[in-house]
Design a protein around this ligand. Structure first.
Ligand SMILES: NC(=O)NCCC[C@H](N)C(=O)O
Length: 327
């Protein structure tokens, strides 16, 4: 008769792991938000750590990416993790596997999935219906949360604070604007004004959430659809490219309607100390002039570098820890 080797009796399941997902800035408590932004600044200042030494981070980018994919891949490597990269044609979702099944399968093997998706807003939520693999939104058509976190780290490094900063955002209120509005309105005294072409403002639901947060936290959110009576004495002027990934513009003459929102030197007359911010890639001569983007006020390329430090902070925040233990 065959006997079972006694060594099998000593095999036990690993401890349950609990992760935190970042699909939207709304997934973060105020404390989470403040601590990720501050941690990003500490990583930028040279803090090093290897908290992901035994972890595997997957990146799945359906859309093109220069900054975000590189930032998260390098961040994972710097924190000690190994990485695996999936391109748009690599997963069985292309042959019809459901996004929920994909999440269930990957969560048995990966610790983190960093994903940039096409238009489907439910996909990332489907993947995050488990607590073993953290899901990080590296940009969807609706929101770009890790961009806003990097931008806030940039502001903190530049000004030493975020509270009471005055910011003007120009152009389409796209995924980046959504994340910025959801994040900045949680800082007391922040004044965020968006000037967007009519029909290209924040989605009504996002504007409502951001207004409610602003009221709770003592911030201010203003949205207008013209370029008259611009605010002065700003700390930062922010813009983004006019053609947002995964979206289309229904009106054929949209360029004419966007043209007045271009960021040029004239804007600085009222705010000579303002910095210029851009999530990149930039289209010189469209949303911003070359003179501004490449000029002394521009911190756009510092923003890009801060995506790395901010990605390190995000990966460390969301990593799996045995349930019940401190992170
Ligand atoms: N920094 C980035 O992630 N840039 C790529 C995308 C920029 C813009 N928000 C877009 O959706 O097209």
């Amino acid at each position: 008769m065959t006997t079972v080797p006694s060594i099998l009796a000593t095999v036990t399941d690993p401890p349950t792991r609990q992760v935190r997902h970042l699909v939207s800035i709304r997934d973060l408590t105020d404390d989470d938000l403040y601590s990720i932004v501050a941690r990003g600044a500490r990583f930028a200042a040279g803090e090093s750590a290897s908290p992901l030494a035994d972890r595997v981070v997957g990146t799945y980018f359906v859309k093109t990416s220069t900054r975000t994919r590189t930032a998260f891949t390098v961040a994972a490597l710097r924190l000690g993790a190994k990485t695996i990269q999936y391109g748009p044609n690599d997963l069985q979702v292309n042959t019809g596997e459901s996004s929920e099944d994909t999440g269930r399968v990957l969560s048995g093997m990966l610790d983190v999935l960093v994903a940039r998706t096409a238009a489907d807003p439910g996909e990332m939520r489907d993947w995050s219906r488990q607590h073993r693999m953290a899901v990080i939104n590296a940009m969807s058509a609706e929101e770009h949360p890790t961009q806003a976190l990097a931008d806030l780290t940039t502001l903190l490094r530049r000004f030493g604070r975020i509270e009471h900063l005055r910011l003007l955002y120009l152009g389409e209120a796209n995924n980046t604007a959504t994340a910025l509005a959801l994040a900045l309105t949680r800082f007391p005294g922040v004044e965020l004004e968006l000037r967007t072409p009519a029909g290209y403002g924040l989605p009504a639901e996002i504007a409502a959430v951001a207004r409610e947060q602003a009221q709770r936290c003592g911030a201010h959110l203003v949205e207008r659809h013209h370029m008259d009576d611009l605010p002065g004495d700003l700390d930062a002027i922010y813009t983004t490219r006019w053609q947002t990934t995964g979206t289309s513009k229904p009106d054929p003459d949209w360029r004419t309607r966007f043209a007045p929102f271009q960021v040029d030197r004239e804007l600085w007359r009222r705010s000579p100390h303002a910095v210029f911010m851009h999530d990149l890639p930039a289209h010189r001569g469209e949303e911003v002039t070359a003179e501004v983007l490449d000029g002394p006020a521009s911190i756009a390329f510092q923003q890009a570098e801060n995506k790395l430090y901010s990605a390190m902070a995000v990966l460390d925040w969301c990593r799996a820890t045995p349930a019940g233990s401190a992170s």
